[in-house]
Design a protein. Sequence first.
Length: 158
Amino acid sequence: MASNSRKSVLFVCLGNICRSPIAEAVFQKMATENGVGDDWIIDSGAVSDWNTGSTPDSRALACLRNHVTETDHRARQVTKGDFETFDYILCMDESNLRDLKRKANAVKNCKAKIELLGSYDPQKQLIINDPYYGSDKDFEVVYDQCLRCCKAFLENNS
């Protein structure tokens, strides 16, 4: 869970096995390489409970390995406590955003700023599409978007 001494970000998608674990791993590596890894609490989660406890999709893991990026994440559903403790909750598409804002409305002490990760994209690609039913190329597109967005997000919050 997030604490007051460190900044915190939670990346969210539908099932927490494709987009959000890629974003989490990309941001963790980027923060570490920039010497600020210890300044951040970084996690990812799902709006659904479909994949709770599962490892990321094998294509997501292969994509991350191709970019020398590792993760040991297990899928989890976003909790009420996440809204109370995380500084930022960054999601992948408008459906995620609607679901998160609806859930946040039920949280008395919501402190999280809930946004689309794509709102940080210098190429203005607001939505990070779900690659689950796509090809390896679609996972590469997600990786590239996450890389651009996470870089801009980190720069804005350093």
